[in-house]
Design a protein around this ligand. Sequence first.
Ligand code: P1T
Length: 389
Amino acid sequence: MTRVFDEDLTAGFATRAIHAGQRPEPLAGAIMTPIYQTSTYVQEGLGQNKGYEYARGKNPTREALERNVAALEGGRHGFAFSSGMGALDSIMKLFRTGDHVVCGENVYGGTFRLFDKLLQNFGLRFTYVDTRDPQRIEDALTPETRLVLVETPTNPLMRITDLRASAEIAHRANALLLVDNTFASPFFQRPFDFGADIVYHSTTKYLNGHSDMVGGIAVVNDDDLAARLQFILNSAGAVPGPFDAWLALRGTKTLHLRMPRHDENGRTIAAWLVERLGEDKVFYPGLPSHPQHELAKRQMSGFGGMISVELGTKERAAQVLGRCRLFSLAESLGGVESLISHPASMTHASVPLEHRMELGISDGLIRLSCGVEDVGDLLADLEHAFHVV
Ligand code: P1T
């Protein structure tokens, strides 16, 4: 009988989500990939081993996750890391002093903090531009540009970047296109189809989906890039423990079941918010009123559960956040349970005030991560919370 394993990219998304990267365990045939909770592997003799020497470099549980997510993204090589930031920090070790990066101006606050507060000290140079207009990327290129980084949709403003145009611009300049695909997940957006070179995720979010671990992953197609990333992974060692890798792998098996529900709840709640507050106050790429709705439809097959809402003042934001019961006030996103947050003081607190204001991450902005609960209950919670505004 032929079985679907990691290399079979012709299988459908759901089949890959459940099977890719996994084989029955050889000792007993366990259908679930075991948690290889080990630091090292016994070698048969000098220079003779089963392909595993020390668990920083390779771990079978981690490998199953890496192959699984690579198959979902339509990429050939995956590298799992200890967190989304750990993944990005390791990816950045592909570059050296003097190299220049063009980065979207609206990215996760931690991404900006890593670049602005740490990597800049090592001589990497960053220019932040509004990547909604690909021409801005082009205009920011220098002879030293080696990387273009875009997050789409962006955290928290839900702005969209044209992936194909960005890839073409990056490649004409001999730079790589790196895409943070955390908000869309591979279920709704596959950046390799548009020419991306590296796709990465915070697996903490939709991929795991159950808010019970922190992790990151990078996926590439190019063998040389893969060898360099494996070298960095082993040398710098920002790897996840096997149990966290296993939890993420358990999560990806239901990605195709969870995402349509996040999307359905997201659309319903966004429409309710528009009715209540007006279309200029609600940021969700699935709304026909979103200025980039057409582009979003071209490169995404759904829009997920992330919505941001402008309430005008911090006081109104605090009132609404304080009245939510089902939506829990917390950082993070993409889990089965609904969360609500205040980007200015939480996820984007490290972005300087002036820059935050220019971007539109105001003190009145709140962000919803719509979970997969009954939408009627979520709407009732919001109805109660928004009663004050
Ligand atoms: O938290 P970590 O696994 O290290 O991932 C960082 C990260 C990377 N990229 C995006 C788009 C993200 O949203 C994040 C983390 N974001 C949150 C914790 C948040 O609440 O927005």
